[in-house]
Design a protein around this ligand. Structure first.
Ligand code: KG4
Ligand code: ZN
Length: 335
């Protein structure tokens, strides 16, 4: 079957055509219009501007996805759309566009949770991947450890209690003067810095839990930078990026290890924008090797927000009988 998928939860307008046939899934097209250049001017995503930019782009992006896939709307079997969580105004653009498209053309409409979508991106590239498995979703808006018991059954076993992991990368980057979003540049700087230059606190919440707290770590780094500035001392951005990244990766390794022990699961899936981080990938590969875990990493092209991942999860929601009617609404929250 062919699914047309639409994603507009944050600052990327994306449409994709995905083909599913039993155990095989193919991305026929996956068009992503990023608004980053616009939001860069403000140092972060401005929700009102994001919604307006989605309105401008969504129609042409959708038709480009159809054209690139070599199909027309007639060939599409179902429309999948991100309905939660995300920026409400941004989500509403995708949801209402998808509703109009689906119902005007007599196609079933499938609402998809964005976080489930990030996890599902892995099915395209890892045909052997099947639930149950443990997923780490690490993005700009979310940081969760999720037990995926079936394709449409999820149980969050750990989460951040404050900032998301990507948000911490971006905020530290911003204080060091890096353009928004700083995550990818922090990754590059960390590769040439000394990760033992400064010892930053862990983001793993102390105790018998699977939670993170990135706010304390972020504040410790920012205080360190402000202290250096006040004393007129120069700091080495590369060393700060490397030391911060070390604190982040060791926190993730610690809680993931605890989650493996708590759940008894040994298949691990990583998802979300921060899954592109080379240091995190290396640390998790080492953990997998040491603990004899099977690690599934998405290609970098499918880590960030994209509609193909919504199509992948949409397929399983469709098989499970999930359908939306014209009353479908967007929701800012929701696991
Ligand atoms: O999944 P995503 O595209 O959007 C959300 O759903 O939030 O994730 C975006 C986040 C941003 O915070 C960005 O800085 C971060 O992913 N990111 C990275 C890297 N590439 C993107 N963080 C660390 N290292 C990277 N290489
Ligand atoms: Zn995302």
């Amino acid at each position: 079957m062919l699914i047309l998928a639409i994603e507009s939860s944050c600052d990327e307008t994306s449409a994709a055509v995905c083909e599913f046939d039993g155990d095989t899934s193919v991305i026929r097209s996956n068009i992503i219009a990023s608004q980053i250049e616009t939001h860069k001017l403000y140092g972060g995503v401005v929700p009102e501007i994001a919604s307006r930019a989605h309105c401008d782009a969504i129609s042409s992006i959708t038709y480009e996805a159809l054209e690139r896939a070599g199909v027309t709307l007639d060939d599409i079997d179902a429309v999948a759309v991100t309905s939660n969580p995300g920026l409400i105004g941004a989500l509403l653009v995708g949801v209402n566009f998808a509703k109009a498209l689906a119902f005007a053309n007599g196609k079933p409409l499938i609402p998809v949770n964005h976080i489930r979508g990030h996890i599902a991106a892995n099915y395209f590239v890892h045909p052997s991947l099947k639930p149950p498995f443990l997923a780490l979703v690490a993005s700009g808006g979310h940081t969760s450890l999720i037990k995926v018991t079936d394709y449409t059954e999820f149980e969050t076993v750990g989460r951040t209690r404050d900032d998301a992991i990507g948000e911490a990368f971006d905020k530290v980057g911003r204080v060091m003067g890096l353009p928004y979003p700083g995550g990818a540049e922090m990754d590059r700087l960390a590769s040439i810095g000394n990760s033992d230059a400064v010892k930053f606190p862990s983001a793993a919440v102390i105790g018998d839990n699977l939670d993170f707290s990135f706010s304390g770590l972020k504040t410790a780094v920012i205080n360190h930078l402000h202290n250096a500035e006040q004393k007129g001392e120069a700091y080495v951005k590369e060393d700060i990026a490397a030391s911060f990244t070390k604190a982040v990766t060791s926190s993730v390794v610690k809680k993931l290890t605890m989650a493996v022990e708590a759940t008894g699961l040994s298949d691990i899936v990583i998802a979300g924008g921060v899954a592109a981080n080379s240091h995190l990938r290396t640390a998790l590969e080492a953990l997998a090797e040491k603990r004899k875990l099977k690690l599934y990493l998405p290609p970098r092209s499918l880590c960030g927000d994209n509609a193909a991942m919504i199509g992948a999860q949409g397929y399983f929601e469709y098989l499970a009988g999930v359908r939306a009617d014209t009353s479908l609404n967007a929701k800012a929250t929701g696991k």
